[in-house]
Design a protein around this ligand. Structure first.
Ligand code: EPU
Length: 570
């Protein structure tokens, strides 16, 4: 299989314009390699790109600072309503840039990252309104508490240039680069840096743009500039800089199944002229969800959710040139489309990582709870680890409220009950390695380390997707968990403790009165909350600016299950 050409022979023009000899996105990336700078960042709990913690919403769950006071010895019971998937919704929102008619998205969770992505879209001209399902009223997102149903109108793009102040709030804003390039023939997007879990380069995105016929350069300031223009007109300032769509590519191949690169390239290919085949694509459910939305808006994408995706693009070079000339003649200031899809209505899939986090909460507190809606196929690998630990599962139909249309065998939503092992001695150690879907998700690794601490015996948890996603281990040790990270492998001795802590027989409770711990990223913070639930004393979990990016009202949902969890501002 032919792999994609590396950056098309660095044209002189690009070199003249100051492309670096070794731009950040071209530097060779070694997976699982130690990265001193990233580790330093991880210790600081900072992220070069997604560093802003300025709250964009209220503390109802989309807030920011403070801590959660998590009471230990929790017993949970009841039903959890699982929200729409953060990582699907972020991709869907970015994908709306490919659509020149409004898109209605339902099941949108109220999360800091979702609000940040909306701000990214609004900064280039999108109109985003929240629809009140019962009255049909529309209000701007900033006016309301919950999100629920959004109408995203990207019919009038006012700029192809994203600015650092909006995109720096979340790395997923880079998912918008492909759709914007394909829609308008031009994109300027600041490069994301590394963050607490790894270096996170974007070489696959940029090589993919080049494979689709774009010219790509990175400015000295670290902004990606990509154009479909064939001439030397990419220095022109303002609208209508290109009149050409991207070109389909039959032999595109990703060296790693990057979720973001698959989102971005699949959407870009949907607007290209000709057919693109993406091999080695990410098979995550969020990719399939994005393809469903784009197809509903007029795209022709097949195979999303497998490692080979075939996209027949809607782009048409002649039509694009006509459209661009028309808008020039009319003196339209807005950026012209070189290709676009129509509009549609789409409901986001349920969040498999939120579901997995609650499954672990039940297992480590030896509680039985129910979750809905859950798509079993999406949480299978997490359930496998829980089954190895000693949990059992029962499924039943979802309640009327959660029932949806258009489901098939593999996407049917169910209610899932988890039944934990009877005692700690019945809880078996686990061994797993994270992997792209359908493997164990890297986004569950910190929580599954907490699961391992509740087992009787030694577990081995290996991270293979990101090169430095083990910062939670140090914090878990502070709580008394006997866990050691060597490279990307975490060894957890369930039933043993570090320091003065004790483990009780009833649970895996680490005995202390109050401990302060700090989450360095979203999932690490969630893991600390889970560990707090089965401690003996109170754990004060800091890092809510991370937690609120991806869990909608985790504290409220845990309280509703009977946990003693309080949000404190200090
Ligand atoms: N990678 C490259 N080059 C690229 C892109 C990725 O080398 O051009 C590498 C990354 O450095 C990483 C691996 O590939 O080592 C996987 O990265 P991927 O691109 O798949 O991750 P992403 O798209 O940036 C999404 C999720 C993450 C999740 C990963 C892996 C969203 C918004 N984010 O990130 O979610 O961990 O896929 O499944 O979809 C989270 O929710 O906590 C989270 C971090």
């Amino acid at each position: 299989m032919a792999s994609m050409p590396s950056a098309r022979a660095a044209p002189d023009a690009l070199a003249r314009r100051g492309a670096r000899a070794q731009p950040a996105w071209r530097r060779p990336v070694r997976h699982h390699a130690a990265c001193a700078r990233v580790r330093r960042d991880a210790r600081l709990g900072t992220c070069a790109y997604a560093s802003s913690s300025a709250p964009t919403a209220r503390a109802s769950g989309a807030g920011g600072g403070g801590h959660l006071a998590v009471g230990g010895d929790a017993r949970l019971s009841g039903l959890v309503r699982v929200g729409g998937a953060k990582n699907a919704v972020l991709a869907l929102l970015a994908g709306t840039l490919a659509c020149s008619e409004p898109v209605t998205l339902t099941n949108v969770p109220d999360l800091r990252d979702v609000r940040s992505m909306i701000a990214v879209l609004e900064s280039v001209g999108a109109k985003v309104t929240r629809l009140n399902e019962s009255t049909g009223d529309a209000r701007t997102v900033s006016d309301v508490d919950g999100l629920g149903t959004l109408r995203v109108d990207c019919s009038r793009i006012t700029s192809s240039a994203f600015t650092i102040d909006t995109v720096s709030k979340l790395r997923a804003s880079f998912f918008a680069a492909g759709p914007m390039l394909a829609r308008t023939g031009w994109v300027e997007m600041p490069l994301p840096g590394g963050c607490a879990i790894g270096a996170r380069p974007v070489d696959l995105h940029l090589r993919g743009f080049e494979a689709l016929g774009a010219r790509v350069r990175v400015t000295e300031e670290g902004t990606v500039v990509a154009t479909t223009a064939v001439g030397d007109d990419d220095d022109a300032d303002g609208a209508c800089r290109s009149t050409a769509p991207l070109r389909g590519r039959a032999d595109m191949s990703l060296r790693f199944p990057s979720v973001g690169a698959t989102h971005s390239l699949m959407t870009a290919a949907a607007l290209a002229e000709g057919t693109t085949v993406i091999r080695g694509a990410a098979a995550e459910p969020e990719v399939a969800d994005l393809a469903r939305m784009l197809n509903a808006a007029g795209a022709d994408i097949r195979g999303a959710g497998t490692d080979t995706i075939t996209v027949r693009g809607v782009g048409d070079a002649k039509a694009a040139a006509r459209m661009a000339n028309d808008s020039k003649k009319k003196g339209v200031l807005d950026v012209a489309s070189v290709a676009s899809l129509g509009g549609c209505a789409h409901r986001a899939i349920p969040d498999r990582i939120e579901a997995g986090t609650f499954l672990v909460a039940a297992a480590v507190t030896r509680s039985s709870i129910e979750l809905e809606p859950v798509i079993l196929n999406h949480v299978r690998s997490t359930m496998d680890v829980l089954e190895a630990f000693g949990c059992a599962f029962e499924t039943s139909a979802v309640s009327e409220k959660s029932r949806t249309e258009n489901e098939n065998e593999t996407s049917r939503e169910v209610r899932l009950r988890v039944i934990p092992p009877a005692s700690r001695t019945d809880a078996r150690p686990v061994t797993f390695a994270t992997a792209p879907f359908p493997g164990v998700p890297t986004d569950m690794q910190p929580q599954l380390c907490v699961l391992a601490s509740a087992a009787s015996g030694v577990s081995f948890c290996r991270e293979t997707v990101f090169e430095s996603r083990v910062a939670h281990v140090e914090q878990l040790r502070l709580m008394g968990v006997d866990a050691v990270a060597e490279g990307e492998t975490v060894t957890v001795r369930g039933g043993a403790t570090t320091g003065e802590s004790e483990v009780s027989d009833e649970q895996n409770a680490y005995a202390y009165e109050t401990r302060d711990v700090f989450g360095s990223d979203l999932r690490a913070t969630a893991a600390l909350v889970l560990a707090g639930l089965c401690a003996k004393g109170t754990t004060r979990v800091f890092g809510l600016e991370h937690l609120d990016r991806g869990y909608e009202r985790l504290d409220e949902k845990l309280r509703a299950l009977g946990a003693d969890v309080a949000r404190r501002e200090e």
